[in-house]
Write a protein that binds this ligand. Structure first.
Ligand SMILES: CC(C)(COP(=O)(O)OP(=O)(O)OC[C@H]1O[C@@H](n2cnc3c(N)ncnc32)[C@H](O)[C@@H]1OP(=O)(O)O)[C@@H](O)C(=O)NCCC(=O)NCCS
Length: 281
């Protein structure tokens, strides 16, 4: 272990000077009848940016740094650096704990993230950003998945709901989800599926239509798609954010700590904090 790679109190590699536990990876199992895979999830608040940007040259691969340094927009600098950092924290244990700068996450042809690192068993990542936080999952490439996070933003609810059919909104209402949480959850399920397929939101939303939705906890739902029947999604409503992971339909995801934990995002200006799914009953 080099001097720049200090052990954190919990034994995971922690770079000198980095904010303690920012993006600490959470392990999950991907249980299938024929096999069980392990993946990792990492999340951090965008308020980590001022501290982490001081370490950009340690976090980013030289080619990533060459892209990052001239970026004109602060918003993109934040999402890029924190997204790469979260993805590398999630990847690191599966790759044998290499230095972050030795891992390159290149943009694929469709801007999908591609892990470039010598690996006998290849890994992939999925990255998502919101105003308040950044999340990533690292998973074995044999087991496709992706994630999306969105803030429950009353100003975007109408746009999100406009991309749903009546049956989807009725299904969410039947479960007792309030309209803002429901529209956001349905949107994340569609966006995460579009990332799994690498299309992004370039195809008709009808392709991503949701067939069924069930509530499996106060703040936890899962569901199936009408057209892409080999996938399903699992969503968590955490404070004022919705996080969704898309998985193969027959995989059960089990988090070491029961559920993914997100950094506190805090209430947006002019809003009361929202601490639950906002269920009606
Ligand atoms: C994929 C898409 C839905 C993500 O939307 P977003 O608002 O950026 O949402 P998120 O913050 O949740 O996700 C961003 C991450 O998605 C990933 N991503 C982007 N395109 C992807 C694709 N086709 N497949 C899988 N993942 C993708 C990237 O890792 C990106 O982060 P990064 O650029 O820092 O690496 C959106 O970019 C899209 O629809 N792309 C297709 C249209 C397109 O190519 N537009 C080009 C820009 S105008």
């Amino acid at each position: 272990m080099s001097n720049s790679q200090l052990p954190s109190p919990d034994g995971s590699p922690q770079r000198a000077g980095f904010p303690a536990f920012a993006g600490h990876p959470q392990t999950f199992e991907l249980r299938r009848q024929e096999a069980c895979h392990t993946g990792r999830f990492a999340s951090l608040g965008t308020d980590s940016y001022p501290a982490l940007k001081e370490h950009a040259a340690t976090i980013l691969h030289p080619e990533e740094l060459a892209y990052f340094v001239p970026l004109p927009a602060e918003r993109r600098r934040i999402s890029y650096l924190l997204g790469r950092y979260a993805a590398k924290r999630a990847l690191q244990p599966g790759l044998g704990n290499p230095a972050f700068a030795d891992i390159r996450i290149a943009p694929g042809i469709f801007q999908n993230p591609v892990v470039c690192f010598p690996m006998s068993d290849p890994w992939q990542v999925s990255i998502t950003h919101s105003e308040a936080m950044v999340c990533a999952v690292a998973f074995p490439a044999v087991h496709p998945m992706a994630l999306d996070i969105e803030s429950i933003d009353p100003e975007r609810v109408a746009t999100m709901a406009s991309q749903c059919v009546e049956a989807e909104l009725a299904e969410a209402a039947r479960l007792g989800l309030e309209a803002p949480a429901a529209a956001t959850l349905l949107w994340t399920a569609k966006e995460a599926l579009s990332k799994t397929l690498h299309t992004g939101l370039t195809c008709p939303f009808a392709l991503f239509e949701i067939q069924s939705l069930e509530r499996i906890g106060e703040c936890e739902c899962r569901g199936l798609y009408k057209n892409l029947a080999q996938y399903r999604f699992h969503s968590w409503i955490c404070g004022d954010s919705v996080l969704t992971l898309v998985l193969p339909k027959r995989t059960e995801i089990v988090f070491e700590l029961g559920r993914p934990s997100l950094p506190a995002s805090g209430p947006r200006r002019g809003e009361e904090p929202q601490n639950s799914a906002g269920g009606k009953g």
